[in-house]
Write a protein that binds this ligand. Structure first.
Ligand code: TXA
Ligand code: MG
Length: 328
């Protein structure tokens, strides 16, 4: 029998109640500025095992640990100067650091790796919950394994309703894409494992060294190094075709296929014409992307045509998610 899932608004009473449940080993889906996460006490191996069960996530795919203050960092990881510089520059915010792990973090969190992924989120409700709970919280994205990450409480309920007891509703996610992940264990040879809203250029500027971007192929063979780089991930059910630009490449609009422009297209209308941001601003595109993919899945189009984002920076993160969504 599936158990009922309740959604909570972020009142002081509800936050206190959810903090108690987290301390008792329960799962709580939480809002973050990137995507919603499925949280458990990161120091409680039994609680963290429930995360893998609820998501149907393979046990070799490690979790990100969320902290409330930089002070908490040293209790779970071994930071170096470069890591602290990034933390001071970008936290709270959408940046995850890979660092050597302390033994306080159970192996189930790191999937047996000697490293741990750590992030300090900026969403005010999640921050309050972290403070009230008083322990670091492990949280992957709150979606069934392999599907598009959730950017609202309704998305979480659609994917995990009946499988988790509680969802904290913090409104739509402001950024809409998962955090940037950087392996900073070797300060002079950092590696970008997942692009996000904190861009490669911003990281290089803060560090004063080049950040390497491992090739996708290499990452896929060593799935444990960067399992988020598994090719098929974040995928809707509907097949996707990517286009450099739809303006030039679409001769006609087949009615059973959806056409997703970055910006509102001039002179094109129809039930199968969509756009991600009225003026094509990339922060708006990022915020809407996962919601759009879910909506189009629900409409049961036969195919989704979608434009890649021009340029670099946030465009790299958007295009990374688009390529994964399109991978079959
Ligand atoms: O924005 C985010 O990062 C969201 C919110 C909830 O914080 N979380 C998220 O978690 O996207 P998840 O589990 O969907 O993706 C975490 C990624 C996975 O690809 C995982 O393999 C990688 O982080 N990861 C975790 N620990 C790692 C480690 N020790 N070494 C390398 N990669 C690691
Ligand atoms: Mg995920």
């Amino acid at each position: 029998m599936p158990s009922p899932t309740r959604t909570y608004r972020g009142t002081p009473r509800n936050l206190a109640r959810l903090a108690r449940r987290l301390r008792a080993g329960e799962l709580v889906a939480v809002p973050t500025e990137t995507v919603y996460g499925l949280a458990a006490n990161a120091l409680d191996a039994t609680a963290c095992r429930r995360i893998y069960q609820a998501k149907g996530r393979p046990s070799r795919d490690p979790l990100i640990v969320h902290i409330h203050s930089i002070k908490q960092l040293a209790s779970i990881a071994v930071p170096n100067e470069a890591a602290l510089r990034l933390a001071r520059r970008f936290w709270p915010g959408p940046l995850t650091l890979i660092l050597p792990k302390r033994t306080t973090v159970p192996d189930v969190v790191s999937a047996g790796l000697p490293s741990v992924a750590v992030r300090m989120p900026s969403h005010p409700l999640f921050r309050r919950l972290l403070r009230l709970t008083g322990v670091p919280l492990a949280a992957p994205s709150a979606n069934p394994f392999g599907y598009v990450s959730p950017t609202s409480a309704a998305h979480v309920r659609a994917g995990l309703g009946g499988r988790i007891p509680s969802i904290l509703d913090g409104g739509p996610s402001r950024i809409g894409l998962e955090s940037t992940i950087i392996d900073i264990r070797r300060p002079r040879a950092p590696r970008l494992l997942r692009p996000g809203a904190i861009t490669l250029a911003a990281l290089e500027l803060a560090l004063g060294v080049k950040v390497r971007v491992p090739r996708k192929k290499a990452a896929a063979t060593s799935a444990q190094l960067a399992p988020g780089q598994l090719a098929r991930h974040y995928s809707p059910h509907t097949p996707i075709t990517l286009h450099a630009s739809l303006a030039r490449s679409v001769p006609h609009l087949a009615p059973r296929e959806a056409w997703v422009f970055l910006a509102r297209p001039r002179g094109r209308t129809g039930r199968n014409v969509f756009w991600l941001d009225a003026t094509g601003r990339l922060d708006g595109v990022a915020r809407q992307l996962f919601h759009m993919l879910r909506q189009l899945d629900a409409h049961r189009f036969e195919r989704i045509h979608i434009e890649l984002a021009p340029g670099s920076g946030l465009a790299d993160a958007i295009n990374d998610r688009l390529r994964r969504a399109a991978a079959r």
